[in-house]
Design a protein around this ligand. Sequence first.
Ligand code: GUN
Length: 291
Amino acid sequence: MAHLIDGKALSAQIREEVKQAVTQRTSEGHRAPYLAVVLVGEDPASASYVRGKAKASAEVGIGSDTMTYPDDIGENELLDIVKGLNEDPEVDGILVQLPLPKHIDDRKVINAIDPKKDVDCFHPESVGNLVIGLDGFQPATPAGIVEMLRRSNIETSGKHCVIIGRSNIVGKPLANLMLKKGMDSTVTVCHSRTKDLPSIARQADILVAAIGWANFVTADMVKPGAVVIDVGINRVDDETRERGYRLVGDVDFEAVEPIASHITPVPGGVGPMTIAVLLQNTLKAAVDHSA
Ligand code: GUN
């Protein structure tokens, strides 16, 4: 039986820490940190993520505003909006919810964000700082995973961390965080072209699944006693649910749970940690901004 890593509880712990730091700052005469969220279009999943971010911000005393635009907004108009937020001294953090409509180049918009306000850690300067181990913003999902490991007292030094998935949002930045001094893991990143992926996964002391493929990681891919971190959030049809689907991860939880030493559930695992890191980043932006 694996120990269940409770992302909800750990996220609540971090949010409480941020709340206390915000209260401390405001009691010292600083204004509350402020996060500007830009949402383009009406994708229900994006709208739901953004609502979660706004609610979590309010709960810890971070001000936020969600600026919503129609999906036919022009690229230049959106770039001007970002420029305005860069120049606004009341704005500490800027988050442009992705994906953007097809006619807008995501990369151009991300690159337009002032790196000092880049709470998503998507700007190339932020990514560069991360790779060379300089202090800066933390990417939400990978840093959420690191916090889970740390707060669960899981040893990472000298351990083999195998990451399945090479995305810019999870796989690549996580590989860099796990390599960092202090984490000191040996890292392997697997992807769709990896040969004999199961045999590499089986070598993992810490196995991270981030490929967006329901139940991809099966029991034969897991070494007994491994720590298994499931980043997937996949919808699978389920007639027994009122909404017609349920959420499952990239790991076949039922099969893997008896083998692993630690495992994260879906939902309630990595997901809640990402918002906690966003709040930490917004607080950091405000602190650095007023320094
Ligand atoms: N879309 C899905 N996840 C994220 C995220 O972490 N940040 C932004 N900006 N968009 C997303």
